[in-house]
Design a protein around this ligand. Structure first.
Ligand SMILES: C[S@@+](CC[C@H](N)C(=O)[O-])C[C@H]1O[C@@H](n2cnc3c(N)ncnc32)[C@H](O)[C@@H]1O
Length: 343
């Protein structure tokens, strides 16, 4: 183990501060279009070139470029042309690349930053910051794109004898609770053409975005969405599969059990509840286990929204109390996949 001394501790803590500055540098680079411009230039661009292309104030741009050089985000040749370090054209440039991380910087600075800035007051009084805004819905949708690549892979690689795949292929009614902008059910509707999909969410803005997309893709015959609270689901014995994609943790504790009961009611017997959510540790030691990093960070930034992540044992208990049987769990890269049966 590395020896800890005061110097090493100062250095380690100061790295966090450096990360904060780098976060803003990256977010500014994204917002003023530098990354987009550099992505298209193999040889690199000089500061006057970038300033002219993007209409930027050169003296400030110069400082940005020098600092990006310090952070080893950009390199510079002897002619003063700046370009991305290897692979960063994908990670910071090309927004269509699945490894691109700009969306998470965007949400950290523009949504989470402000929330964390005002949160100390809430640590004193409790209470909940109203976290839902159109901007948040859009940025969350952008930042969670990699999750949808994961989900697409998951469903296209299900074994032929998997009951979920069999049901979806035969043609069933499927409900997604907390559907956000409808991406999950839209994606599934494109893979499984015999099934019909419904989505509900508490936030109307996401629902409106979903409606537009459904019409654009001409899926309105098989996919529908509605602005409805999970705790007000009116269905009985109607769906073969109900899903929640990174939603279980985000439902406020006072209605969470109620929603699971409503989901149970809405399922047909032999139907399945399918949950994808961030893994959260049970024991304190596991808070240093990198497998839980996503869940731990998410819980922290959502604390003052009143959100409380559940660990595996708490989820299992709640599902069993709502009536679910045969609760099966797997974990993949920080994501828990839970399948529970209504007998
Ligand atoms: C992290 S987002 C995930 C959205 C979507 N499943 C996705 O992956 O893009 C969680 C969603 O749960 C919704 N939500 C939270 N509480 C809810 C409730 N009581 N009823 C219905 N939806 C709820 C939020 O509005 C939000 O869209």
């Amino acid at each position: 183990m590395k020896k800890i001394n005061i110097k090493s501790q100062v250095a380690r803590i100061n790295e966090f501060n450096k990360g904060y500055i780098a976060t803003h540098l990256i977010n500014i680079g994204n917002e003023i279009g530098i990354f987009e411009t550099l992505k298209n230039s193999k040889k690199g661009l000089t500061i006057p070139d970038i300033a002219a292309k993007l209409g930027l104030y050169e003296p400030y741009l110069e400082i940005w470029c020098q600092t990006a050089y310090f952070f080893e985000i950009l390199d510079c040749d002897s002619e003063g042309r700046f370009k991305f370090q290897p692979f960063l054209d994908k990670i910071l440039g090309d927004k269509s690349n699945f490894r691109n991380v700009l969306a998470s910087f965007n949400i950290n600075v523009n949504v989470i930053g402000e929330r964390l800035r005002i949160s100390p007051e809430y640590y004193k009084i409790g209470g909940i910051i109203d976290g839902y805004s159109p901007k948040r819905s859009e940025l969350v949708a952008e930042a969670t794109k990699p999750m949808f690549i994961f989900l697409k892979n998951y469903f296209t690689h299900l074994r032929n004898d998997d009951p979920i795949k069999q049901m979806l292929e035969q043609g069933i009614k499927f409900l997604d609770i907390g559907c956000g902008t409808g991406r999950f059910i839209i994606q599934l509707a494109q893979i499984f053409q015999n099934s019909r999909f419904a989505g509900i969410d508490i936030v109307n803005h996401g629902i409106e975005m979903a409606k537009k997309k459904i019409l654009e893709l001409e899926l309105e015959g098989r996919v529908s969405v509605k602005c409805l609270r999970g705790e007000e689901i009116p269905y009985n014995d109607e769906f073969y599969i109900i899903s929640m994609v990174v939603t279980l943790h985000e439902i406020l504790p006072d209605v969470r059990f109620n929603i699971l009961e409503k989901a149970y009611q809405a399922l047909k017997s032999n139907g399945r509840l399918l949950i994808f959510d961030l893994s959260f540790p049970e024991k304190l030691e596991d808070f240093r286990n990198p497998n839980y990093e996503l869940g731990i960070k998410d819980q922290f930034v959502e604390t003052c929204l009143g959100i409380k992540h559940l660990n595996a044992q708490e989820q299992n208990e709640m599902l069993a109390n709502a009536g679910f049987k045969d609760i099966q769990r797997t974990t993949f890269e920080g994501i828990d996949i839970i399948i529970a049966l209504k007998q």
